[in-house]
Each structure stands twice: as structure tokens, then as C-alpha cells.
Design a protein around this ligand. Structure first.
Ligand SMILES: [Zn+2]
Length: 60
């Protein structure tokens, strides 16, 4: 089962394009998934919060 990045439609693994919106599915077959994007977003948010903490709470 491969979930389309663009419309979220669940496609079978043996096709290259989404059966719902015809978008290519090769990005997910190379390991670039929606959850990886979410993890990267959380990482950026965490780094931003740590930077603000450093700015305001560390002695200058
Ligand atoms: Zn789609």
C-alpha cells in the first residue's frame, strides 16, 4: 500500500502513478514519506525553541 503525497489516496504498490489524481508516487518508493517531512518540521520547531531559550535564559 502506497499513500499518495498529494491527495492521500491509498494505491497498490505495483503502480507508478496515483489512481485518484495521477500524481507520480516514486518519491515515496525512494523513502521520502509524509512522516519524514513531519519529523523534520518538529526538529526545526525544537531547534527554534532551544535557540529562544538560549537567548533569554543564558547569562550574558
Ligand atoms: Zn493522488
Amino acid at each position: 500500500m502506497t499513500t499518495c503525497l498529494y491527495c492521500g489516496h491509498n494505491n497498490s504498490d505495483n503502480i507508478d502513478t496515483c489512481s485518484e489524481c495521477m500524481a507520480p508516487l516514486h518519491y515515496q518508493k525512494n523513502g521520502w514519506s509524509v512522516s519524514a517531512k513531519k519529523k523534520f518540521t518538529y526538529f526545526v520547531i525544537a531547534v527554534t525553541i532551544i535557540s529562544f531559550f538560549m537567548m533569554f535564559y543564558l547569562p550574558r
